[in-house]
Design a protein. Structure first.
Length: 333
């Protein structure tokens, strides 16, 4: 494949809307493009064309937007979506392909990399261009987050996924660009396509919430966890967890914050019974305000906390809930 100086961002959509993480990737692509002077392309798939939505991609950094239209994109079936993305990618011949390291990106990008016979550096926290040879420099944590590995791919196109929530999107509504609609009429056997999208309304999305309440090993049991969930609910917060809480079966993996979980940057992060291991900090230290509850005054989490409460988690949560209930009662009378 002959390649040109183009950076292609693979766009993620859900129910017709482009995900914020895709706009973050456009910002990353624009920053890289300033060093190679090429073009930023945005490739996405939808069931129906929504021009306003496509223009948003231009405002967030795309020079050209390619929208593949096919019913398959309504079904969250990444392997089939990938099949539809391959022909335009082969035609556009990008030098670099980027996608967000979301569940969707982590599924579809390895498939595409295999089909394009190239490598993929997953979960990068930073990208750059080598001034010597113009190649993509991919930086990601390795060996348990103790070192940052710098990776260059020998094969082309150079593919990387980037952790969400690290690069705030950049909006410029004066940007102009080109939109191309690619109608793909491939029909898949509907019998093979039974899929169901279940939206868990009772669980707030961790990466999009302004307040995150996370529990660690100090939470210890189900009854304490229920109390923590109640606090999260009162604060309109998403419920996160340390890896130890997930390993103990008290939380699910999608709730894990940290190096091998999600990166969050809410306005308020409340860490309860979490020691503050480097791998946990990797996923939450970008939070605006950090409040920690821990019975050990020497716990490392207090080094990065804006406010620290030393004491038993259950007792402190109960007191906070009482105060919230009192205030709610006062304002109701
Ligand atoms: C490759 C790799 C990737 C990893 N990825 C992640 C990741 O994504 N996310 C992550 O979280 N970890 C990750 N880890 C694990 C990480 O190193 C820590 O083991 C983990 O974060 C510890 O979780 P914790 O703070 O809940 O538990 P602990 O370190 O055991 O801390 C529990 C804390 O609770 C406090 N406590 C105990 N009882 C109470 C009480 N009654 N009231 C108040 N406080 C109390 C204790 O003082 C202690 O500080 C990773 C590790 C590796 C090697």
């Amino acid at each position: 494949m002959r390649l040109e100086r183009k950076i292609l961002v693979l766009g993620e959509t859900f129910q017709g809307k482009i995900e914020t993480t895709s706009f973050e990737m456009l910002r990353v692509a624009q920053d890289l493009n300033q060093k190679i002077g090429g073009e930023v392309l945005f490739l996405l798939g939808t069931t129906q064309v929504n021009t306003e939505e496509l223009e948003r991609a231009i405002h967030y950094g795309a020079d050209r937007v390619y929208c593949v239209v096919n019913d398959i994109f309504g079904m969250l079936l990444p392997h089939l979506s990938a099949k539809l993305f391959l022909p335009p990618i082969k035609e556009l011949k990008p030098e670099i392909i980027l996608g967000a390291a979301t569940s969707w990106g982590r599924t579809i990008l390895p498939y595409l990399a295999a089909k394009l016979h190239t490598g993929l550096t997953a979960d990068c926290t930073s990208l750059d261009i080598d001034p010597e040879d113009g190649r993509l420099v991919q930086i990601r944590p390795a060996i348990g987050g103790n070192i940052m590995a710098t990776i260059k791919t020998r094969t082309l196109p150079q593919m990387a996924s980037v952790r969400p929530n690290l690069f705030p999107p950049r909006l410029d509504t004066s940007r102009q660009g080109e939109i191309k609609i690619l109608k793909d009429t491939t029909n898949y056997n509907p019998e093979l396509l039974k899929s169901e999208i279940v939206i868990q309304k009772d669980q707030k999305e961790l990466t999009a919430s302004k307040v995150v309440v996370s529990g660690g090993a100090g939470i210890k049991n189900k009854s304490n966890l229920e109390l923590l969930s109640k606090l999260a609910e009162k604060l309109n917060a998403a419920l996160g967890a340390s890896r130890k809480l997930v390993e103990r079966g008290l939380a699910n993996y999608p709730q894990q914050v940290g190096l091998s979980g999600k990166t969050v940057n809410p306005t308020l992060y409340l860490a309860v019974g979490i020691s503050g291991a480097i791998q946990h900090l990797a996923g939450m230290q970008g939070s605006q305000w950090i409040v920690a509850i821990n019975r050990d005054p020497e716990a490392p989490i207090f080094q990065i906390a804006d406010l620290g409460l030393v004491g038993d988690a259950r007792e402190i949560i109960t007191s906070i809930l009482e105060v919230i209930d009192e205030k709610t009662h006062e304002s109701a009378v």
